[in-house]
Ligand binder design. Sequence first.
Ligand code: HEM
Length: 396
Amino acid sequence: MPTTSAVPTYGSDIYEDDALLEPYEHYRALRELGPAVWLEQHGAFAVARHTEARAVLLDTDTFRSAGGIALNEPANQAILGCTLASDGDLHATLRKVVAHRLTPRALRPMRDLVTERADELVARLVRQGSFDAVSDLARALPLSIVPDFIGWPQEGREHLLEWAGANFDSFGPMNPRAERAMPKCGEMAAYGAEMVRTGNVLPGSLGAGVLEARDRGEISTEQSMMLMLDYLAPSLDTTISAVGSAVWLFGQHPEQWDRVRADPGLIPNAVNEVVRFESPIRAFGRLAEVDTEIGGIAVPAGSRVLVIYAAANRDERVFERPDDFDVTRSNAVQQLGFGVGEHGCAGQGLARMETESLLAALARDVTRFRLGAPERALNNLIRAFGSLPVTVETGS
Ligand code: HEM
Protein backbone atom coordinates (compact mmCIF):
# COMPACT_ATOMS: atom_id res chain seq x y z
CA MET A 1 0.00 0.00 0.00
CA PRO A 2 1.27 3.51 -0.71
CA THR A 3 2.62 5.32 2.36
CA THR A 4 2.39 8.94 1.31
CA SER A 5 -0.15 10.81 3.43
CA ALA A 6 -1.20 12.81 0.38
CA VAL A 7 -3.14 9.79 -0.89
CA PRO A 8 -6.81 10.04 0.08
CA THR A 9 -8.27 6.75 1.33
CA TYR A 10 -11.74 5.25 1.45
CA GLY A 11 -12.66 2.52 3.90
CA SER A 12 -16.01 1.22 2.64
CA ASP A 13 -16.44 -1.95 0.63
CA ILE A 14 -17.99 -0.63 -2.58
CA TYR A 15 -18.87 -4.20 -3.66
CA GLU A 16 -21.03 -5.19 -0.66
CA ASP A 17 -24.75 -5.65 -1.34
CA ASP A 18 -25.90 -2.24 -0.07
CA ALA A 19 -23.18 -0.43 -2.00
CA LEU A 20 -24.07 -2.25 -5.20
CA LEU A 21 -27.74 -1.36 -4.67
CA GLU A 22 -27.06 2.31 -3.88
CA PRO A 23 -23.63 3.10 -5.30
CA TYR A 24 -23.95 6.78 -6.15
CA GLU A 25 -23.22 8.29 -2.73
CA HIS A 26 -20.04 6.20 -2.58
CA TYR A 27 -19.07 7.45 -6.00
CA ARG A 28 -19.75 11.05 -5.00
CA ALA A 29 -17.57 10.62 -1.91
CA LEU A 30 -14.78 9.15 -4.03
CA ARG A 31 -14.93 12.04 -6.50
CA GLU A 32 -14.81 14.54 -3.64
CA LEU A 33 -11.85 12.84 -1.98
CA GLY A 34 -9.57 13.28 -4.98
CA PRO A 35 -8.55 12.32 -8.51
CA ALA A 36 -7.31 8.95 -7.24
CA VAL A 37 -8.38 7.39 -3.94
CA TRP A 38 -6.91 4.34 -2.23
CA LEU A 39 -9.63 1.74 -1.59
CA GLU A 40 -8.55 0.08 1.65
CA GLN A 41 -10.94 -2.85 1.25
CA HIS A 42 -9.89 -3.64 -2.30
CA GLY A 43 -6.19 -2.76 -2.48
CA ALA A 44 -6.66 -0.52 -5.49
CA PHE A 45 -6.77 3.13 -6.49
CA ALA A 46 -10.25 4.27 -7.49
CA VAL A 47 -10.48 6.79 -10.30
CA ALA A 48 -13.95 8.31 -10.04
CA ARG A 49 -13.58 11.67 -11.79
CA HIS A 50 -14.26 11.96 -15.51
CA THR A 51 -11.06 13.72 -16.65
CA GLU A 52 -8.74 11.29 -14.90
CA ALA A 53 -10.83 8.22 -15.78
CA ARG A 54 -10.64 9.16 -19.45
CA ALA A 55 -6.92 9.89 -19.21
CA VAL A 56 -6.20 6.51 -17.60
CA LEU A 57 -8.23 4.66 -20.26
CA LEU A 58 -6.37 6.46 -23.05
CA ASP A 59 -2.88 5.96 -21.58
CA THR A 60 -2.54 2.28 -22.42
CA ASP A 61 1.27 2.34 -22.14
CA THR A 62 1.11 3.24 -18.47
CA PHE A 63 -2.13 1.54 -17.47
CA ARG A 64 -2.17 -2.02 -18.76
CA SER A 65 -5.12 -4.33 -19.19
CA ALA A 66 -3.23 -7.65 -19.10
CA GLY A 67 -3.31 -8.78 -15.48
CA GLY A 68 -5.29 -5.71 -14.45
CA ILE A 69 -8.91 -5.89 -15.55
CA ALA A 70 -10.27 -7.72 -12.50
CA LEU A 71 -9.86 -6.87 -8.82
CA ASN A 72 -8.65 -10.38 -8.02
CA GLU A 73 -5.67 -12.36 -9.24
CA PRO A 74 -7.34 -15.70 -10.15
CA ALA A 75 -9.72 -13.93 -12.56
CA ASN A 76 -6.89 -11.87 -14.04
CA GLN A 77 -4.88 -15.04 -14.65
CA ALA A 78 -7.86 -16.91 -16.10
CA ILE A 79 -8.52 -14.26 -18.77
CA LEU A 80 -4.93 -13.25 -19.48
CA GLY A 81 -4.44 -12.86 -23.22
CA CYS A 82 -8.06 -12.38 -24.21
CA THR A 83 -9.04 -9.20 -26.11
CA LEU A 84 -10.10 -7.38 -22.96
CA ALA A 85 -7.00 -8.44 -21.02
CA SER A 86 -4.21 -7.93 -23.54
CA ASP A 87 -2.16 -4.94 -24.62
CA GLY A 88 -0.23 -3.55 -27.55
CA ASP A 89 0.38 -5.72 -30.60
CA LEU A 90 -1.36 -8.79 -29.22
CA HIS A 91 -4.47 -6.76 -28.46
CA ALA A 92 -4.39 -5.17 -31.94
CA THR A 93 -4.08 -8.61 -33.58
CA LEU A 94 -6.96 -10.08 -31.60
CA ARG A 95 -9.18 -7.09 -32.16
CA LYS A 96 -8.48 -7.13 -35.88
CA VAL A 97 -9.73 -10.69 -36.26
CA VAL A 98 -13.33 -9.81 -35.37
CA ALA A 99 -13.93 -6.14 -34.61
CA HIS A 100 -14.32 -5.33 -38.33
CA ARG A 101 -17.59 -7.26 -38.22
CA LEU A 102 -18.95 -4.74 -35.73
CA THR A 103 -18.15 -1.41 -37.36
CA PRO A 104 -21.21 0.74 -38.22
CA ARG A 105 -20.69 -0.05 -41.90
CA ALA A 106 -20.41 -3.81 -41.36
CA LEU A 107 -23.48 -3.77 -39.13
CA ARG A 108 -25.64 -1.94 -41.65
CA PRO A 109 -27.10 -5.17 -43.11
CA MET A 110 -28.09 -6.19 -39.55
CA ARG A 111 -30.28 -3.13 -39.04
CA ASP A 112 -33.30 -4.56 -40.86
CA LEU A 113 -33.16 -7.79 -38.88
CA VAL A 114 -32.74 -6.03 -35.53
CA THR A 115 -35.52 -3.53 -36.32
CA GLU A 116 -37.88 -6.28 -37.46
CA ARG A 117 -37.27 -8.37 -34.33
CA ALA A 118 -37.63 -5.32 -32.06
CA ASP A 119 -40.89 -4.30 -33.79
CA GLU A 120 -42.37 -7.82 -33.51
CA LEU A 121 -41.37 -8.16 -29.88
CA VAL A 122 -42.74 -4.77 -28.87
CA ALA A 123 -45.98 -5.27 -30.81
CA ARG A 124 -46.59 -8.55 -28.97
CA LEU A 125 -45.79 -7.07 -25.55
CA VAL A 126 -47.90 -3.97 -26.14
CA ARG A 127 -50.85 -6.23 -27.03
CA GLN A 128 -50.21 -8.13 -23.82
CA GLY A 129 -50.29 -4.85 -21.84
CA SER A 130 -48.33 -6.05 -18.81
CA PHE A 131 -44.95 -7.79 -18.93
CA ASP A 132 -41.58 -8.05 -17.28
CA ALA A 133 -39.29 -5.47 -18.88
CA VAL A 134 -36.24 -7.62 -18.07
CA SER A 135 -37.17 -11.18 -19.01
CA ASP A 136 -39.76 -10.39 -21.70
CA LEU A 137 -38.19 -7.33 -23.33
CA ALA A 138 -34.57 -6.59 -22.40
CA ARG A 139 -33.35 -10.21 -22.54
CA ALA A 140 -35.47 -11.32 -25.46
CA LEU A 141 -33.92 -9.15 -28.17
CA PRO A 142 -30.18 -9.71 -27.51
CA LEU A 143 -30.84 -13.44 -27.03
CA SER A 144 -32.56 -13.58 -30.41
CA ILE A 145 -29.71 -11.73 -32.17
CA VAL A 146 -26.31 -12.11 -30.54
CA PRO A 147 -25.84 -15.90 -30.20
CA ASP A 148 -26.57 -16.36 -33.94
CA PHE A 149 -24.27 -13.47 -34.82
CA ILE A 150 -21.46 -15.01 -32.78
CA GLY A 151 -22.30 -18.43 -34.19
CA TRP A 152 -22.96 -20.17 -30.88
CA PRO A 153 -24.51 -23.64 -31.47
CA GLN A 154 -28.11 -24.22 -30.32
CA GLU A 155 -27.02 -26.68 -27.66
CA GLY A 156 -25.55 -24.86 -24.68
CA ARG A 157 -27.55 -21.66 -25.22
CA GLU A 158 -29.56 -22.31 -22.07
CA HIS A 159 -26.38 -21.55 -20.08
CA LEU A 160 -25.45 -18.32 -21.79
CA LEU A 161 -26.99 -15.81 -19.39
CA GLU A 162 -25.76 -17.64 -16.33
CA TRP A 163 -22.23 -17.94 -17.72
CA ALA A 164 -22.08 -14.34 -18.95
CA GLY A 165 -23.28 -13.04 -15.58
CA ALA A 166 -20.71 -15.19 -13.80
CA ASN A 167 -18.02 -13.79 -16.05
CA PHE A 168 -18.81 -10.27 -14.84
CA ASP A 169 -19.10 -11.33 -11.18
CA SER A 170 -15.66 -12.90 -11.39
CA PHE A 171 -14.07 -9.52 -12.22
CA GLY A 172 -14.92 -7.99 -8.83
CA PRO A 173 -12.97 -8.44 -5.61
CA MET A 174 -12.81 -12.09 -4.46
CA ASN A 175 -16.09 -11.83 -2.49
CA PRO A 176 -18.68 -14.64 -2.28
CA ARG A 177 -20.22 -13.51 -5.58
CA ALA A 178 -16.88 -13.89 -7.37
CA GLU A 179 -16.15 -17.20 -5.62
CA ARG A 180 -19.48 -18.64 -6.72
CA ALA A 181 -18.85 -17.42 -10.27
CA MET A 182 -15.47 -19.08 -10.81
CA PRO A 183 -16.67 -22.64 -11.58
CA LYS A 184 -19.24 -21.28 -14.05
CA CYS A 185 -16.56 -19.27 -15.81
CA GLY A 186 -14.63 -22.53 -16.11
CA GLU A 187 -17.67 -24.21 -17.70
CA MET A 188 -18.00 -21.37 -20.20
CA ALA A 189 -14.31 -21.54 -21.11
CA ALA A 190 -14.58 -25.32 -21.58
CA TYR A 191 -17.56 -24.85 -23.88
CA GLY A 192 -15.71 -22.23 -25.96
CA ALA A 193 -12.76 -24.60 -26.25
CA GLU A 194 -15.08 -27.40 -27.37
CA MET A 195 -16.53 -25.15 -30.09
CA VAL A 196 -13.04 -24.68 -31.50
CA ARG A 197 -12.12 -28.35 -31.19
CA THR A 198 -15.26 -29.53 -32.97
CA GLY A 199 -15.63 -26.53 -35.31
CA ASN A 200 -19.26 -26.42 -34.20
CA VAL A 201 -20.10 -22.80 -35.08
CA LEU A 202 -22.75 -21.39 -37.42
CA PRO A 203 -21.45 -20.78 -40.96
CA GLY A 204 -20.71 -17.15 -41.83
CA SER A 205 -20.78 -16.10 -38.17
CA LEU A 206 -18.20 -14.20 -36.12
CA GLY A 207 -17.12 -17.55 -34.65
CA ALA A 208 -16.58 -18.99 -38.13
CA GLY A 209 -14.35 -15.97 -38.86
CA VAL A 210 -12.32 -16.79 -35.76
CA LEU A 211 -11.72 -20.35 -36.97
CA GLU A 212 -10.73 -19.10 -40.42
CA ALA A 213 -8.19 -16.71 -38.81
CA ARG A 214 -6.80 -19.66 -36.83
CA ASP A 215 -6.59 -21.76 -39.99
CA ARG A 216 -4.70 -18.95 -41.76
CA GLY A 217 -2.23 -18.94 -38.85
CA GLU A 218 -3.11 -15.39 -37.71
CA ILE A 219 -3.94 -16.58 -34.20
CA SER A 220 -3.21 -19.71 -32.17
CA THR A 221 -5.79 -22.34 -31.28
CA GLU A 222 -5.71 -21.15 -27.67
CA GLN A 223 -6.38 -17.58 -28.77
CA SER A 224 -9.26 -18.71 -30.94
CA MET A 225 -10.79 -20.46 -27.91
CA MET A 226 -10.70 -17.17 -26.01
CA LEU A 227 -12.01 -15.18 -28.96
CA MET A 228 -15.09 -17.45 -29.09
CA LEU A 229 -16.04 -16.01 -25.70
CA ASP A 230 -14.56 -12.52 -25.94
CA TYR A 231 -17.59 -11.18 -27.78
CA LEU A 232 -20.26 -13.34 -26.25
CA ALA A 233 -19.49 -12.75 -22.58
CA PRO A 234 -19.90 -8.94 -22.70
CA SER A 235 -22.73 -8.83 -25.22
CA LEU A 236 -25.78 -9.86 -23.23
CA ASP A 237 -25.95 -8.49 -19.67
CA THR A 238 -24.70 -5.09 -20.78
CA THR A 239 -27.43 -4.48 -23.36
CA ILE A 240 -30.01 -6.10 -21.09
CA SER A 241 -29.00 -3.66 -18.37
CA ALA A 242 -29.31 -0.65 -20.68
CA VAL A 243 -32.77 -1.64 -21.93
CA GLY A 244 -34.07 -2.43 -18.41
CA SER A 245 -32.71 0.86 -17.06
CA ALA A 246 -34.27 2.75 -19.96
CA VAL A 247 -37.75 1.43 -19.17
CA TRP A 248 -37.25 2.16 -15.47
CA LEU A 249 -36.02 5.69 -16.14
CA PHE A 250 -38.77 6.51 -18.62
CA GLY A 251 -41.33 5.08 -16.20
CA GLN A 252 -40.05 7.43 -13.53
CA HIS A 253 -39.65 10.43 -15.81
CA PRO A 254 -42.72 10.50 -18.09
CA GLU A 255 -41.85 14.02 -19.27
CA GLN A 256 -38.63 12.60 -20.75
CA TRP A 257 -40.64 9.91 -22.53
CA ASP A 258 -42.91 12.62 -23.93
CA ARG A 259 -39.85 14.33 -25.38
CA VAL A 260 -38.67 11.12 -27.05
CA ARG A 261 -42.14 10.47 -28.45
CA ALA A 262 -42.39 14.01 -29.75
CA ASP A 263 -38.97 13.77 -31.38
CA PRO A 264 -37.72 10.19 -32.01
CA GLY A 265 -34.55 11.78 -33.40
CA LEU A 266 -33.57 12.13 -29.73
CA ILE A 267 -33.31 8.35 -29.30
CA PRO A 268 -29.53 8.04 -29.93
CA ASN A 269 -28.90 10.79 -27.37
CA ALA A 270 -31.36 9.14 -24.99
CA VAL A 271 -29.31 5.92 -25.20
CA ASN A 272 -26.17 7.87 -24.28
CA GLU A 273 -28.05 9.42 -21.39
CA VAL A 274 -29.29 6.04 -20.13
CA VAL A 275 -25.75 4.63 -20.30
CA ARG A 276 -24.43 7.75 -18.55
CA PHE A 277 -27.06 7.72 -15.82
CA GLU A 278 -27.08 3.97 -15.09
CA SER A 279 -23.78 2.75 -16.51
CA PRO A 280 -24.29 -0.97 -17.27
CA ILE A 281 -20.66 -1.78 -16.35
CA ARG A 282 -19.63 -0.14 -13.08
CA ALA A 283 -15.87 -0.34 -13.44
CA PHE A 284 -12.89 -2.15 -14.92
CA GLY A 285 -9.34 -2.23 -13.63
CA ARG A 286 -5.87 -1.58 -14.96
CA LEU A 287 -2.35 -2.33 -13.72
CA ALA A 288 0.17 0.53 -13.46
CA GLU A 289 3.17 -0.52 -15.53
CA VAL A 290 5.54 2.09 -14.05
CA ASP A 291 5.63 4.58 -11.18
CA THR A 292 3.20 7.26 -12.25
CA GLU A 293 0.64 9.74 -10.95
CA ILE A 294 -3.05 10.39 -11.43
CA GLY A 295 -4.04 14.04 -10.96
CA GLY A 296 -0.96 14.55 -8.77
CA ILE A 297 -1.52 11.44 -6.62
CA ALA A 298 1.50 9.11 -6.73
CA VAL A 299 0.66 5.65 -8.07
CA PRO A 300 3.51 3.13 -7.71
CA ALA A 301 4.29 0.59 -10.43
CA GLY A 302 2.29 -2.61 -9.94
CA SER A 303 -0.72 -0.83 -8.38
CA ARG A 304 -4.22 -1.81 -9.33
CA VAL A 305 -6.24 1.10 -10.67
CA LEU A 306 -10.03 0.85 -10.80
CA VAL A 307 -11.66 3.09 -13.39
CA ILE A 308 -15.24 3.62 -12.22
CA TYR A 309 -17.20 4.53 -15.37
CA ALA A 310 -20.41 4.84 -13.36
CA ALA A 311 -18.82 7.46 -11.09
CA ALA A 312 -17.16 9.40 -13.91
CA ASN A 313 -20.53 9.52 -15.67
CA ARG A 314 -22.04 11.41 -12.71
CA ASP A 315 -19.11 13.84 -12.40
CA GLU A 316 -20.46 17.33 -11.72
CA ARG A 317 -17.25 18.76 -13.19
CA VAL A 318 -18.38 17.60 -16.64
CA PHE A 319 -22.13 17.00 -16.44
CA GLU A 320 -24.40 19.77 -15.20
CA ARG A 321 -27.03 18.46 -12.74
CA PRO A 322 -25.50 14.98 -13.09
CA ASP A 323 -28.23 13.28 -11.06
CA ASP A 324 -30.96 14.50 -13.40
CA PHE A 325 -31.99 12.19 -16.23
CA ASP A 326 -32.26 14.42 -19.30
CA VAL A 327 -32.55 12.99 -22.83
CA THR A 328 -31.73 16.41 -24.32
CA ARG A 329 -28.46 16.75 -22.38
CA SER A 330 -26.08 18.36 -24.86
CA ASN A 331 -22.95 16.48 -23.76
CA ALA A 332 -24.44 13.04 -23.00
CA VAL A 333 -22.14 11.68 -25.71
CA GLN A 334 -19.20 12.34 -23.39
CA GLN A 335 -20.32 9.47 -21.17
CA LEU A 336 -17.66 6.82 -20.63
CA GLY A 337 -20.02 3.87 -20.21
CA PHE A 338 -18.63 2.14 -23.31
CA GLY A 339 -15.06 2.92 -22.30
CA VAL A 340 -12.79 4.87 -24.65
CA GLY A 341 -9.60 4.35 -26.66
CA GLU A 342 -7.99 1.06 -27.65
CA HIS A 343 -10.22 -1.01 -25.39
CA GLY A 344 -13.38 0.99 -26.02
CA CYS A 345 -16.38 -1.29 -26.48
CA ALA A 346 -16.05 -3.24 -29.71
CA GLY A 347 -19.76 -4.10 -29.69
CA GLN A 348 -21.29 -0.72 -28.97
CA GLY A 349 -22.63 -0.37 -32.53
CA LEU A 350 -24.71 -3.50 -32.02
CA ALA A 351 -25.71 -2.56 -28.46
CA ARG A 352 -26.83 0.88 -29.61
CA MET A 353 -28.73 -0.60 -32.55
CA GLU A 354 -30.62 -3.03 -30.29
CA THR A 355 -31.44 -0.43 -27.65
CA GLU A 356 -32.41 2.27 -30.15
CA SER A 357 -34.64 -0.16 -32.09
CA LEU A 358 -36.53 -1.16 -28.97
CA LEU A 359 -37.01 2.44 -27.87
CA ALA A 360 -38.16 3.45 -31.35
CA ALA A 361 -40.73 0.64 -31.42
CA LEU A 362 -41.95 1.51 -27.92
CA ALA A 363 -42.13 5.23 -28.71
CA ARG A 364 -44.59 4.58 -31.54
CA ASP A 365 -47.22 2.99 -29.32
CA VAL A 366 -46.51 3.42 -25.63
CA THR A 367 -47.61 6.64 -23.97
CA ARG A 368 -46.77 5.67 -20.37
CA PHE A 369 -44.87 2.98 -18.49
CA ARG A 370 -46.54 2.11 -15.17
CA LEU A 371 -43.84 0.47 -13.09
CA GLY A 372 -44.42 -2.35 -10.61
CA ALA A 373 -41.94 -3.22 -7.85
CA PRO A 374 -38.51 -3.80 -9.42
CA GLU A 375 -35.96 -6.28 -8.12
CA ARG A 376 -32.29 -5.52 -8.53
CA ALA A 377 -29.95 -8.29 -9.72
CA LEU A 378 -26.75 -8.03 -7.74
CA ASN A 379 -23.61 -8.47 -9.80
CA ASN A 380 -20.09 -7.25 -9.06
CA LEU A 381 -19.86 -5.42 -12.36
CA ILE A 382 -23.28 -5.11 -13.93
CA ARG A 383 -25.89 -2.65 -12.69
CA ALA A 384 -29.20 -4.23 -13.62
CA PHE A 385 -32.63 -5.38 -12.63
CA GLY A 386 -33.50 -9.04 -12.20
CA SER A 387 -37.14 -8.20 -12.72
CA LEU A 388 -39.09 -5.07 -13.65
CA PRO A 389 -42.86 -5.51 -13.94
CA VAL A 390 -44.46 -2.89 -16.13
CA THR A 391 -47.86 -2.10 -17.58
CA VAL A 392 -47.89 0.02 -20.71
CA GLU A 393 -50.54 2.52 -21.70
CA THR A 394 -51.24 3.27 -25.32
CA GLY A 395 -53.34 5.90 -27.10
CA SER A 396 -52.90 9.57 -27.77
C1 HEM B 1 -24.90 -1.30 -23.46
C2 HEM B 1 -24.11 -2.28 -23.83
C3 HEM B 1 -22.62 -2.33 -23.58
C4 HEM B 1 -21.86 -1.63 -22.68
C5 HEM B 1 -22.29 -0.56 -21.71
C6 HEM B 1 -20.48 -2.08 -22.87
C7 HEM B 1 -19.41 -1.59 -22.15
C8 HEM B 1 -18.08 -1.88 -22.41
C9 HEM B 1 -16.95 -1.26 -21.78
C10 HEM B 1 -17.02 -0.23 -20.68
C11 HEM B 1 -15.82 -1.78 -22.34
C12 HEM B 1 -14.40 -1.31 -22.07
C13 HEM B 1 -13.49 -2.26 -21.37
C14 HEM B 1 -12.20 -1.63 -20.97
O1 HEM B 1 -12.00 -0.42 -21.05
O2 HEM B 1 -11.35 -2.37 -20.51
C15 HEM B 1 -16.24 -2.76 -23.30
C16 HEM B 1 -15.40 -3.54 -24.05
C17 HEM B 1 -15.82 -4.54 -24.89
N1 HEM B 1 -17.13 -4.81 -25.27
FE1 HEM B 1 -18.77 -3.85 -24.64
N2 HEM B 1 -20.45 -3.05 -23.83
C18 HEM B 1 -21.73 -3.23 -24.31
C19 HEM B 1 -22.13 -4.12 -25.30
C20 HEM B 1 -21.30 -4.97 -25.98
C21 HEM B 1 -21.71 -5.91 -27.01
C22 HEM B 1 -23.14 -6.07 -27.53
C23 HEM B 1 -20.60 -6.58 -27.40
C24 HEM B 1 -20.42 -7.67 -28.45
C25 HEM B 1 -21.18 -7.87 -29.47
C26 HEM B 1 -19.47 -6.05 -26.65
C27 HEM B 1 -18.16 -6.46 -26.79
C28 HEM B 1 -17.10 -5.86 -26.15
C29 HEM B 1 -15.73 -6.30 -26.35
C30 HEM B 1 -15.26 -7.43 -27.24
C31 HEM B 1 -14.93 -5.47 -25.53
C32 HEM B 1 -13.42 -5.54 -25.36
C33 HEM B 1 -12.76 -4.53 -26.25
C34 HEM B 1 -11.26 -4.52 -26.09
O3 HEM B 1 -10.75 -4.83 -25.01
O4 HEM B 1 -10.62 -4.17 -27.08
N3 HEM B 1 -19.94 -5.09 -25.79
N4 HEM B 1 -17.63 -2.79 -23.36
